[in-house]
Design a binder for this molecule. Structure first.
Ligand SMILES: C[S@@+](CC[C@H](N)C(=O)[O-])C[C@H]1O[C@@H](n2cnc3c(N)ncnc32)[C@H](O)[C@@H]1O
Length: 211
């Protein structure tokens, strides 16, 4: 046990001599722990990779990805339940971005059945789609989204808001919720609101749109 660092006079030459005798292999580089190389490189890759990722939920034809999310994030994934919209995104609206890899994964599924990959996203954006989920499915979906966020990741929600708690629409099986109902669901999912705004300049006969 030493309490101070007192290098010997031959400090550097001793190290060089030591390494001269070590085999020129991965095992040699890792002092016999070559089996750890994959784990080592995996975590270093996470550490160095600052590629930013967004997820567009209920992406439709990719309108929000194209006009908004790709301005902020290096890569965007889409999740959407209507196949023809996703095809339009892939083959037309986002064709170039798919080819260059800026649009990465396209998930054809409903949010109620979707689980994002762990710690992948800086932002999960849900716009005009949470009205298609039941309350319980919405809470479970948000909890799964939390698991899909990087450590400083956030969830963005932009939805119509009603004055009364719930306004049902049986034509498209959707429900418009009040701001208070949304907040209680966010709380049930273990989330808290860090920023809020109201969409401006929309026609006055529409629902209020809150972010
Ligand atoms: C009003 S559009 C909004 C599309 C897009 N977010 C935008 O703002 O351009 C609603 C979208 O939600 C999708 N959708 C409906 N129910 C869904 C569900 N359970 N899971 C995922 N997407 C759903 C529809 O197919 C449609 O593309």
């Amino acid at each position: 046990m030493h309490t101070a660092f007192e290098p010997t006079a031959t400090w550097y030459s001793d190290a060089r001599q030591y390494w001269k005798d070590v085999p020129s292999t991965v095992e040699g580089m890792l002092g016999g722990l070559g089996r750890l190389t994959d784990l080592d490189v995996r975590d270093s890759t996470w550490f160095l990779d600052d590629t930013t990722y967004g997820l567009d939920c209920g992406a439709g034809i990719g309108r929000v990805t194209k006009q908004l999310l790709l301005n902020f994030f290096d890569r965007v994934d889409l999740v959407e339940c209507t196949g023809k919209f996703l095809e339009q995104a892939r083959d037309d609206v986002l064709k170039q971005e798919v080819e260059t890899g800026r649009v990465d994964r396209l998930f054809h599924t409903g949010l109620e059945a979707f689980s994002p990959e762990a710690q992948r996203y800086d932002l999960v954006w849900c716009q005009w789609v949470l009205n298609y989920l039941t309350d319980d499915d919405l809470v479970l979906f948000l909890k799964r989204c939390v698991a899909g966020l990087k450590p400083n990741g956030i969830i963005g929600v932009k939805e119509n808001c009603a004055v009364s708690e719930y306004v049902m629409d049986h034509e498209d099986s959707s429900v418009t919720r009040s701001d208070a109902v949304f907040k209680s669901l966010f709380e049930r999912a273990g989330l808290h609101v860090i920023k809020e705004a109201v969409q401006s300049s929309f026609p006055s006969d529409l629902f209020t749109v809150r972010m």
